[in-house]
Design a protein around this ligand. Structure first.
Ligand code: MRU
Length: 354
């Protein structure tokens, strides 16, 4: 069975997340009883990954919406609309770089404006929104399977040989999404079709999403894989016959520039030097057509403790100055293709699909 980062019971109106800070050692699900809980688990990175952040945010609104409706807190459809819109606005502030939660906020704001024209009673209005918010989890898995399909097909069509070897970065699998994964979904699809020779994943310092989460998922899925330190990527590309690099994204902008986990940019530079195709796998909800260039993306900077400590162990003097950007921007001209649920686009083709 696939790993589950988000457990949502639509009938009960309950939500739990797998606390990813404790993996791979311990599997603990924590309740998320509403928007405030969701903000905290996202901020603390107990749940993380651009799609998962949006889904947990939306489902936390659904859970609180249901509770407030049951306790008679909404007097009108306007109360409901204000609650949902304000909740999304608040959740957007938990982490700035991943765009999916902002995309969901904009989408729901428009949906609510349309729904409000129908003069529904408060219960009906609430039920429709509850269903719509709940749907995000299922939709994401469907989207990811399509990304996997298109990515696997495209990579194989553009590679020599019957099988491919893929390098990935950070965690983009079931733990970062509603299920199946984006970049890791492509690796899964290749593996399911017997077309994956081997996968390599980086540790992804300083937060180690690669070693703690991706390595864990690869082992769980029994996918042939090897963990490497981030400093080994150049050597790996030179020595190990990498067919393609496939990474996820936190925000792709209109010109194709892509923000993803810190270290992605250096992988793209190295891939170009070694003549290895470099793919970004992401759903359309990760594409921000409102920004024209990657320089406009706000990059989250995290606290230096993440670099100075490894768990409880101090690995650098605490008085050293640290710079800890959580993401970097890979320029579009280093990206071979953007793998989406609708197919694979060259970065400069994105403009045509708006
Ligand atoms: O800081 P994180 O762990 O939330 O960063 C995650 C990433 O950068 C992923 O590559 C990205 O969100 C894509 S997840 C499908």
């Amino acid at each position: 069975m696939s790993l589950e980062s988000i457990r949502f019971d639509k009938v009960q109106g309950s939500l739990q997340i797998l606390n990813q800070l404790l993996l791979p050692e311990t599997t603990v699900y924590e309740p998320v009883n509403g928007v405030e809980d969701a903000w905290k688990v996202i901020r603390e990175m107990k749940t993380r990954g651009a799609p998962a952040i949006a889904i947990v945010g939306a489902l936390s609104i659904a859970v609180e919406l249901r509770h407030k409706a049951n306790t008679g807190e909404f007097k009108s459809t306007q109360d409901v609309a204000t609650f949902v819109n304000d909740s999304f606005s608040y959740l957007k502030t938990a982490r700035p770089t991943a765009v999916n939660i902002s995309e969901a906020a904009t989408r729901f704001m428009k949906y609510i404006a349309e729904l409000s024209k129908n003069e529904l009673d408060t219960k009906k209005f609430t039920d429709i929104l509850y269903n719509q918010l709940s749907q995000m989890l299922k939709d994401d898995v469907t989207t990811n399977r399509k990304i996997g399909f298109h990515g696997a097909e495209y990579i194989l069509a553009n590679s020599t040989g019957d099988q491919v070897t893929i390098l990935t970065h950070c965690n983009t699998g079931s733990l970062a999404t509603g299920g199946y994964g984006t970049a890791l979904g492509v690796i899964r699809a290749l593996s399911e079709n017997g077309k994956l020779s081997h996968a390599y994943c980086t540790e992804t310092r300083p937060y180690n999403q690669g070693s703690r989460l991706t390595a864990y998922e690869l082992v769980h899925e029994k996918i042939p894989a090897t963990l490497i330190c981030d400093s080994m990527c150049g050597c790996l590309m030179k020595e190990k016959g990498i067919s393609a690099v496939v990474v996820g994204a936190d925000r792709v902008v209109a010109n194709g520039d892509t923000a993803n986990k810190i270290g992605t940019y250096q992988l793209a530079v190295l891939a170009q030097y070694h003549n290895i195709p470099f793919y970004v796998a992401a759903p359309f909800t990760t594409i921000d057509f409102g920004l024209s260039s990657g320089s406009q993306i706000v990059i989250e900077e995290r606290k230096k403790q993440e670099m100075i400590y490894f768990g409880n162990k101090m690995i650098a003097p605490d008085s050293i100055d640290c710079w800890n950007p959580s993401f970097d921007v890979t320029p579009a001209d280093l990206i071979t293709g953007i793998i989406t649920e609708n197919g694979v686009y060259k970065p400069d083709e994105l403009k045509k699909v708006t």
